[in-house]
Ligand binder design. Structure first.
Ligand code: CTP
Length: 402
């Protein structure tokens, strides 16, 4: 399954390091070429001999290994060689070094110079994991595009019980496989996505709009393409780029244009995800000329309602179509999102809360809750790319259950 993939496995000094012996063995068994880097502290928990035997490669632990005649381990080359760097377990100490850009051992220097994707599996004791500093550091990594495999709950080395255990090797391997060899679970499926804001013109130079960057919608489109789907992306005015042979991109400016683009193709779609921040209202009159200021007078702009595109599609939805909406709420969030789920006849709604730090329009991260008629699933803060992965995981799971 991992034939020909180069995996750089970083092991840091925590008791969970013993599980990384199994991880090394399984990765090698699955055909990956595994190179292990350990921190000096990790050597107290696992021996280089074991890891070298199982990986079939020398274990790397210092910049200039003893007896190597001055030859040094090139951390830049290691990061270029790898298809994926996985740090498991990640201790609080190494986490803080990664978050603050330190480079005083081979592992953290390799992380800092790595150009490959990085995945980390933190493991630490209950209160260390719960500490706000740990959360801030993990959020920082997420913000930098690192995939964080949240610690699991269970009994801990201290005798306490709670969140802090490293994910089991099987879970980590599943995440690695998903990352490196995404299955084409959406092959032959058509997916429609709306993204970005709409701009509602007042005159030739002014408009009413919002701060949506389109990042979430584009991340969803990218993930649908990775999963093999034919994707139609109806995008409001955004700066985002996306190019793919299976992508049909339709650029629009206003809600009415977005409505027309969606109306044209929604019938032939299997999955529809409405991530656009559509303006609910537009100016009633649009001036052909730039509106001049009149001294001593402030104009009153009369607004009219825009079509609710998602509601329209919900009303005309076929039984085998899967419809997902987004909701941005500031109060009574779950309750309000549930109302939208019902009113718009959706299969799932993705709730964004403006109350969550790091979530929302201009961030690269998002914190969402998936709501269906049966379930409320809260997802921790993640990069928008990771949220997109979760959205399709959820859709595929619900599809399989229905
Ligand atoms: N939506 C749409 N067309 C509109 C308005 C919203 O397709 N004219 C979609 C959005 O893409 C999103 C969902 O509907 O998926 C958001 O629902 P909406 O009721 O518009 O949410 P809010 O704008 O947050 O509503 P309200 O202001 O009433 O809370």
């Amino acid at each position: 399954m991992l034939d020909g993939k180069n995996i750089l496995l970083g092991i840091t000094g925590g008791i969970a390091a013993y599980k990384s012996i199994f991880l090394t063995r399984e990765l090698a068994k699955l055909g990956a070429d595994v190179k292990v880097i350990i921190t000096p502290d990790a050597e107290q928990f696992v021996t280089p001999v074991t890891l070298a035997t199982l990986s079939g490669n020398p274990v790397l632990s210092s910049f200039v290994p003893e007896g190597a005649g001055g030859l040094w381990n090139n951390h830049v080359e290691l990061g270029k060689w790898a298809d994926l760097m996985v740090i498991a377990p990640l201790t609080a100490n190494t986490l803080s070094k990664l978050a603050s850009g330190q480079s005083n051992n081979l592992l953290v220097a390799t992380y800092l110079s790595a150009t490959c994707p990085v995945m980390v599996a933190p493991a630490m004791d209950l209160d260390m994991y719960a500490h706000p500093t740990t959360h801030e550091n993990l959020d920082k990594l997420r913000h930098h595009g690192v995939e964080v495999l949240e610690a699991a709950e269970g009994s801990l080395a201290s005798g306490l019980s709670g969140k802090g255990r490293m994910q089991e090797p099987e879970e980590i391997i599943e995440a690695i496989r998903h990352h490196l060899a995404p299955t084409e679970q959406l092959k032959d499926k058509r997916v429609l996505i709306t993204a970005g804001p709409t701009h509602e013109p007042l005159d030739p130079v002014r408009f009413i709009g919002n701060r949506s960057s389109g990042k979430m919608g584009f991340a969803i489109a990218k993930q649908a393409l990775r999963l093999g789907a034919e994707v139609t992306l109806v995008a409001g005015p955004v700066n985002a780029e996306l190019d793919h042979p299976r992508l049909n991109r339709m650029d629009v400016k206003t809600a009415e244009e977005m409505m027309a683009a969606v109306a044209h193709c929604y019938g032939e779609q299997d999955i529809l995800v409405f991530a656009a921040a559509v303006a609910d209202y537009r100016p009633k009159d649009v001036s052909n000329q730039k509106i001049k200021k009149t001294p001593g007078d402030a104009p009153v702009i009369e607004l009219v309602q825009n079509p609710d595109i998602l509601k329209f599609v919900g009303q005309h939805k076929k039984p085998d179509q899967f419809l997902v909406g987004f909701a941005l709420e500031t109060d009574q969030e779950v309750q309000n999102a549930r109302k939208k789920l019902d009113n718009k006849n959706l299969d799932m709604i993705v709730l964004n809360s403006l109350n969550d730090a790091g979530a929302g329009f201009e961030f690269d991260t998002n914190k969402v809750t998936f709501i269906t008629s049966k379930d409320v699933v809260e997802i921790p803060l993640k990069s928008k790319d990771e949220v997109a992965v979760d959205i399709f995981r959820q859709i595929l799971k619900l599809h399989a259950e229905s």
